[in-house]
Design a protein around this ligand. Structure first.
Ligand code: SDX
Length: 428
């Protein structure tokens, strides 16, 4: 194959280099396009055909349903690793040795105390505030208490910022839940594992000890791994573009949380549960909702279905679907909406509308069923997604800064009014 692409504009041919990645994906390098064509640009709403960067963190093949973090398959990591191992892998590029893992965890614990003044910010929110709005605000507030911005060229400074946010973020997640429930804000317990500590901070009742349930610990650890990164999705692209202006790590993460909140993105896990509940209350009439999803005049979408990149099963959804059966059985939870979800999936995968458009269940379709079985309120589901995605966001932000990527500033095609003279108000 030639190593250039030829574009003809107004009768003039222009050659652009082809760049090939380690998985043999090919991109046309159009960095010189505007200069060599006298101002012609590309336009690609939603960036469906446009790469924003070169990255060595996560590879996914949407046609084959492949997902790998730093070359390791998501199936192996979900089965054999723990969340901190995966966080270390994503951020630093290699699986940690036992010593590295233990030091990483110890350093995280040492930085996990949140300034008590942040409690005052939590207190100021109404109980009705959506947890994603609270979490985004508290994450941004961390900057006020940790004003020194990260010197990305200093390995030590970067490492300290990583362990600081990995230590404090779970506290903010727990405080976001406990604010809603009117419970005292709990602090971590450094004698516990990372996920056990998250669960205790979230669920410990003030008047009794918290007893860990291994089924829940293992399920949450697996869910966090499955959510940990996903290349240039909407929220990660947000973290990268905000960080490209050299805004701080916490400010960039806060912006990513806001992007994840949207129901077309991470907010879909909450929307799936609300949809399944609506179907249940409507007598389990899945066919009615399938018809709504296919009706172009109806804004209803089958939430948890479809994906910008996966045109095959989302490998994470396959793992979570199996885990949902196991976790509910282990917890002795009967949840009718699991059967509704499975029925909906079966119907959709036999329906030409979905088959023709290659719409399959995505990561959000089954995850909420497990979160609910674990006692997590529906409007906290996307907060759990953010907890999982945190190491991916950090890794992508760090890569973008270390590669000294330019500030993100897309072009546009202007379609507004051409020049016109100002008209005095009495003449309008
Ligand atoms: C996440 O990008 C990532 O990696 C994200 C993520 C991550 O880990 O970061 O994987 C997490 O965000 C998963 C997606 C969660 N969102 C949902 O489940 C919301 C429901 N899904 C859709 O809104 C949609 O599928 C998107 C937003 C996920 C993808 O939309 P695209 O790629 O812009 O595709 P599209 O809207 O152009 O749809 C193509 C066609 C259209 O029909 P036609 O115009 O061709 O007739 O498929 C239809 C759409 O109407 N379609 C759906 C549908 N999804 C797409 N029709 C009904 N129900 C759906 N869910």
């Amino acid at each position: 194959m030639s190593n250039t692409a030829t574009l003809e504009v107004n009768g003039q041919k222009h050659e652009f280099p082809l760049v090939t990645g380690t998985e043999n994906e090919v991109a046309i390098d159009v960095k010189a396009l505007r200069g060599s064509t006298g101002g012609v640009i590309t336009i690609d709403p939603g960036y469906k055909n446009t790469g924003s960067c070169e990255s060595g963190i996560t590879f996914l093949d949407g046609e084959k349903g492949i997902l790998r973090y730093r070359g390791y398959s998501i199936e192996e990591l979900a089965e054999k690793a723990d969340f901190l191992e995966v966080a270390y892998l994503l951020i630093f590029g290699e699986l940690p040795t036992k010593e590295q893992h233990d030091k990483f965890h110890a350093d995280i614990k040492s930085k996990s105390v949140v300034d008590d003044d942040i409690r005052k910010i939590v207190d100021a929110f109404p109980k009705s505030a959506h947890p994603m709005g609270v979490l985004s605000s508290l994450t941004s507030a961390l900057t006020a208490f940790n004003p020194s911005s990260v010197n990305v060229d200093s390995e030590e400074d970067m490492y300290n910022s990583v362990v600081k946010i990995l230590g404090k973020f779970p506290v903010l997640v727990a405080w976001t839940l406990r604010k809603k429930q009117g419970l005292p804000l709990d602090y971590g317990d450094n004698s516990l594992g990372y996920v056990e500590n998250v669960l205790k901070m979230m669920f410990k009742q003030p008047n009794q000890d918290y007893v860990q349930n291994k089924v829940i610990v293992d399920a949450l650890d697996k869910l966090l791994i499955l959510h940990a990164d996903h290349e240039q999705n909407c929220s990660t692209s947000t973290v990268r573009i905000v960080g490209s202006s050299h805004a701080g790590l916490f400010a960039s993460l806060s912006a990513g949380i806001s992007a994840l909140w949207g129901p077309l993105h991470g907010g879909a896990n909450q929307a799936v549960l609300e949809m399944l509940e609506a179907i249940r209350e409507d007598g389990g009439d899945t066919k009615k909702y399938m018809a709504k999803a296919k009706d172009k005049s109806d804004p209803f979408r089958l939430m948890g279905f479809g994906h910008r990149v996966y045109k095959n099963f989302d490998p994470r959804a396959k793992i979570i679907k199996v885990a949902a059966d196991e976790v509910l059985a282990d917890l002795g939870v009967e949840d009718p909406i699991l059967d509704i979800a499975k029925g909906l999936e079966k119907e959709a995968l036999e329906d030409s509308y979905f088959v023709d458009r290659k719409l399959y269940p995505n990561v959000d379709f089954y995850s909420g069923i497990i979160y609910r079985a674990m006692g997590i309120p529906t409007d906290m589901f996307t907060v759990m997604f953010a907890l999982g995605r945190l190491p991916g966001w950090i890794a992508q932000w760090r890569e973008m800064r270390l590669r000294k990527e330019p500030i993100g500033r897309p072009r546009q095609l202007y379609i507004g009014e051409t020049h016109r003279a100002f008209k005095p108000m009495n003449k309008r």
